[in-house]
Design a protein around this ligand. Structure first.
Ligand code: COA
Ligand code: AMP
Length: 632
């Protein structure tokens, strides 16, 4: 059974919700203190800390300087790509953020305006986020691996006043030019001409001078007048982060200011056990929620030092890269995705590289983004000799739904489980009709409303989609879209998605969005994209296409065209490489494609072909294509 401290904390968070979260809110410096925790007057839309006001960037920066910690490192930039290390104290980072806030303001950005940030892993990405927050404006960061079309969709939805970008990103195999991508996205969008601010980097083909109307970051910073933090309501939006939905249109997850600051502060102390002076390294990207919460906001709210790493787990230059960074910056907590650990293990199974470094500063390894398989869990624990904490969360929740809260209590670990529900998450497992399942039985994981502070408040300008996507399926609950079970000790086991979202190398993708792109090819009549198990990346997207009647196509050539089409429309992040032509797709009588059955066949899992399928030949061919050895 989970420990007393945890159990008391968890039940208090649900039974004495107001007291619990008001107490947690004391970790934040408010301009106007909250008098109440929850506003449920517009249920099922909830707001946290009504009436209270604050500034998130002030909480992340200025107040630590005022408390006398201005000389402590706030942010360390380590680029394995360029061999650069650079650190910024709290005083330095505060000054840069205030100055860039001045730049944004000179471009017309004020409270509530949106700023789209399309940047690689350089310090200016975090500076741009914090500067936006300083003005009470709303940032929307777009991951650099997305194609211009995806960037355009986000620009159209968010309606930014300004775009902040850089010359490009550095991938091991190539330089990714951002300026032509931003120009193309603007041309595709209906936004018209917008101010674009560019952080110049050396070694890129496209020059800022090719875009005479765009602003140079460095020059603008020289001229800028630093801006003071702007007081906003706790309920005002801090950021919009787009994530894959079940359709091609991404969902704009909205995070507020107050609930976010309170929840992240709670997690820093109680989940990660990180306080002022500690060093946290989250090896993710600021384009993902993990990067928002634990590269930028969480560690800085806690007065800790955060590390921003531009590099990969392997190949930059080798599988010792992570351990080198831990050693060089005395990292206390490392947070990464299981796929990164699998990549290191594959390249260096005996951890020979690790022996070259002193990683004695490391206290805990956290993993999230996808299920941490038990083999990787055991390998990481044994080579690093520190606790390995799997924790489960989503872009929508902004912080862990389930974790082993290391700052609260050392709960026993169970391999394959992200441990227990965190405060405020009233978790239950239900069947399709919403009725609780028997203990130990797999079902839909749902969270009773209200969700705790720090979780999404709605989808940007789309309350209806928020309600229909998350709140409609199970009355009074938020549907996580994940299935799983809970054991007799209350430990949760997350087994996979119940919808068409897949997880490729810790990146969340919609198979529906990939299908939409493939279906636009003139030779394709219909298609199904499924996530097939992959030993390194967890899953990979595989497409099965039916050609239009009379079309004769070279299969290899068609596959190459489809791969290029997905890369052009969604981006390299989709990592889409497999397309196969089939005679027909398995369907129910009502025409629904049986993607789940296809996935089960491909993964070698048990499957039942529904009796509604009338054509046995369709199944026979699919068996051969999906799992050739299974068909023999
Ligand atoms: N900008 C542009 N392109 C990017 C990019 C970025 N920020 N990030 C990735 N890409 C590109 C890669 O260059 C690659 O392109 P390619 O098809 O031309 O080779 C493609 O997207 C797929 O990249 P990736 O999924 O990273 O695969 P990989 O084989 O290059 O590397 C891993 C494999 C496991 C090392 C890598 O996926 C990894 O580090 N994963 C961790 C992910 C993570 O931290 N996720 C955060 C969730 S918590
Ligand atoms: P994202 O919104 O990109 O963070 O992806 C969220 C999804 O990733 C979740 O709904 C899960 O399907 C999956 N996921 C994230 N972390 C875990 C984990 N620790 N265990 C299992 N699945 C996870």
């Amino acid at each position: 059974m989970a420990g007393t401290n945890y159990r008391t904390t968890y039940s208090r968070s649900l039974e004495q919700r107001e007291d619990f979260w008001l107490e947690a809110s004391r970790a934040v410096d408010w301009s106007r203190e909250p008098a109440a925790a929850l506003d449920d007057s517009a249920a099922p839309l909830f707001r946290w800390f009504p009436e209270a006001t604050l500034n998130t960037a002030y909480n992340a920066l200025d107040r630590h300087v005022e408390a006398g910690r201005g000389d402590q490192d706030a942010l360390i930039y380590d680029s394995a790509m360029l061999g650069i290390k650079r650190s910024f104290t709290y005083a330095e980072l505060t000054a840069l953020v205030a100055r860039f806030a001045g730049v944004l303001r000179s471009q017309g950005v004020g409270k509530g305006d949106r700023v789209v940030i399309y940047m690689p892993m350089i310090p200016e990405a975090a500076i741009a986020m914090l500067a936006t927050a300083r003005l009470g404006a709303v940032h929307s960061v777009v991951f650099g691996g997305f194609a211009p079309k995806e960037l355009a969709a986000r620009i159209d939805d968010a309606g930014p006043a300004v775009i902040v970008t850089a010359s490009g990103g550095i991938e091991p195999s190539r330089r990714v030019e951002y300026l032509p991508a931003v120009a193309e996205a603007l041309a595709l969008s209906s936004a018209g001409a917008l101010p674009v601010i560019v952080k110049g980097r050396e070694g890129f083909a496209t020059a800022l001078s090719d875009f005479p109307d765009w602003l140079d970051w460095d020059q603008a910073m020289e001229r800028a007048v630093p801006a003071a933090p702007v007081e906003v309501a706790a309920t005002d939006p801090l950021y919009i982060l787009y994530t894959s939905g079940t359709t091609g249109t991404p969902k704009g997850v909205v995070r507020d200011n107050g609930g976010h600051a309170v929840a992240l502060s709670w997690t820093m102390a109680n989940i990660y056990d990180i306080g002022p002076g500690d060093v946290m390294w989250t090896a993710s990207d600021v384009g993902w929620v993990v990067g928002h919460s634990y590269i930028v906001y969480g560690p800085l709210l806690a007065g800790a030092t955060t590390l921003l790493y531009e590099g990969k787990p392997v190949g930059t230059p080798d599988a010792g890269a992570f351990w080198r960074v831990v050693q060089d910056h005395k990292v206390n907590v490392l947070f990464t995705a299981p796929t990164a650990l699998r990549a290191i293990r594959k390249a260096d199974p005996e951890a020979a590289e690790l022996a070259r470094y002193d990683i004695s500063s490391l206290r805990t390894l956290f993993a999230a983004g996808e299920r941490l398989d038990t083999e990787t869990y055991r390998w990481a624990g044994s080579v690093l000799d520190v606790p390995v904490v799997d924790h489960w969360w989503q872009t929508e929740t902004g912080w862990a739904i389930c974790a082993n809260p290391r700052g609260l209590e050392d709960l026993p670990f169970k391999p394959g489980s992200p441990t227990v529900p965190m405060p405020g998450f009233a978790l239950s497992i239900v069947d399709g009709s919403g009725a609780p399942v028997e203990q130990g039985e797999e079902g839909n994981i749902v969270l009773g409303l209200p969700l705790p502070p720090g979780t999404l408040t709605t989808l940007w300008h789309n309350d209806d989609r928020y309600v229909s996507s998350y709140l409609a399926a199970f009355e009074g609950s938020y549907a996580t879209g994940d299935s799983g079970y809970q054991d007799a000790d209350g430990y949760v086991f997350v087994m996979g998605r119940t919808d068409d979202i897949i997880n490729v190398a810790g990146h969340r993708l919609s198979t529906g969005a990939i299908e939409q792109v493939i279906a636009s090819h003139p030779a394709v009549a219909e298609c199904a994209v499924i996530g097939v198990a992959d030993p390194l990346k967890g899953q990979r997207a595989s497409a099965y296409v039916v050609l239009k009647a009379g079309v004769v196509a070279d299969e290899g050539e068609l596959a190459r065209e489809l791969v290029a089409l997905v890369r052009k429309n969604i981006g390299p992040v989709a990592d889409f490489k497999h397309a196969t032509v089939v005679q027909a797709l398995p369907k129910t009588r009502s025409g629904k494609i049986l993607r789940k059955t296809m996935r089960q066949i491909a993964d070698g899992d048990e499957y039942v072909v529904p009796s509604t399928i009338e054509d046995p030949e369709v199944i026979a061919q699919l068996l051969g294509v999906l799992r050739p050895e299974g068909a023999a």
